[in-house]
Write a protein that binds this ligand. Structure first.
Ligand code: R1P
Ligand code: URA
Length: 288
């Protein structure tokens, strides 16, 4: 059955609705970033750039880095944007956009998030790089998908629900083991909390008080055996859960630019991100 025009919306040139891309515009290896300005900061290292397309916050550059074809794409902030990006990237490789039929042999993409993040532990300093093993989503995205947690993931997310006295169960999900091993060696391995906001959901007070004044302390102290929360940001759990369901390999690499326990902001945050970019590009060239 073809997917209706109202469900898979295409632009006049046949490209997917928000990303504005055609299948030939992307590589099977995609670096995603939140900030559109981070796209040229990555593609400036490419030998050549063959595609430059932008619509809304979604900026895409595809080119070659040391002979390897790579795409870098900005998503903006939050798992609602990640939901659009993951579905439209998947449509580019697993749906025939002309017949609107799902293709028979699904293609698996490699998706690598390079983003900034805040540390929840004194021992994880600003300036460090962290690869996410498990992500826990406090956002509502998985209330709308039939995502099934493993027994272990369910134990973690139930314990967090109880600890934070939440009215809903968060979701816990593991990222790609293979990409974590290939790209995350010598990075700190951690468990990342994905929050549906930057201020109150991450315990920040400007003019509005928090419902739970101890939120960051609770994140910091949360433990189930040797499981702890190391850092937070706003996208990783959405990527990981959609990656599992759609069959794509996803890993989240975090530049730690703030520590919420020591209350430090990284004075060299830009360099911390730059170092993660160059390290990741070189590791991507080495993998098949
Ligand atoms: C908040 O400042 C943003 O920074 C982090 C968060 O996940 C959120 O998107 O990631 P990026 O640096 O990739 O945008
Ligand atoms: N991004 C976030 O979402 N939180 C931080 O504290 C830093 C970066």
């Amino acid at each position: 059955m073809p997917i209706a025009e109202s469900e898979l919306i295409l632009n006049a040139d046949g490209s997917v609705y928000h990303l504005n891309l055609l299948p030939e515009h992307i590589s099977d290896t995609i670096i995603t970033v939140g900030d559109p300005e981070r796209v040229p900061r990555i593609s400036k290292y490419f030998d050549s750039i063959e595609v430059e397309i932008a619509k809304r916050e979604f900026v895409t550059h595809t080119g070659y880095y040391k002979g390897k074809r790579l795409t870098v794409l900005s998503t903006g902030m939050g798992t609602d944007n990640v939901e659009i990006v993951m579905n439209e990237l998947d449509a580019l490789v697993n749906i025939d956009l002309v017949s609107r039929e799902v293709t028979d042999d699904p293609i698996s993409l490699k998706i690598i998030r390079i983003g900034t993040s805040g540390s929840l532990q004194e021992s994880i300093p600003v300036g460090s790089h962290l690869v996410t093993e498990y992500a826990i989503g406090l956002d509502p995205l998985m209330q709308f998908y039939p995502f099934v947690q493993t027994g272990y993931e369910n134990t973690i997310s139930s314990a967090l629900q109880e600890s934070l006295q939440l009215g809903y169960q968060p979701y816990c999900v593991k990222g790609s083991d293979i990409l974590r091993e290939q790209l995350g060696k010598d990075l700190i391995t951690g468990n990342t909390l994905t929050c549906p906001g930057f201020y109150a959901p991450q315990g920040r007070v400007l003019r509005l008080e928090l419902k739970d004044a101890d939120l960051v302390t609770n994140f910091n102290r949360f433990k189930v055996d040797d499981f702890w929360l190391t850092n937070f940001e706003m996208e990783t759990a959405g990527y990981y859960a959609l990656g599992v369901m759609l069959g794509h390999e996803v890993v989240s690499l975090n530049a730690i630019v703030v520590n919420r326990i020591t209350k430090q902001f990284d004075p060299n945050a830009e360099q911390t991100v730059e170092n993660l970019i160059t390290k990741t590009l070189d590791r991507l060239v080495a993998i098949s």
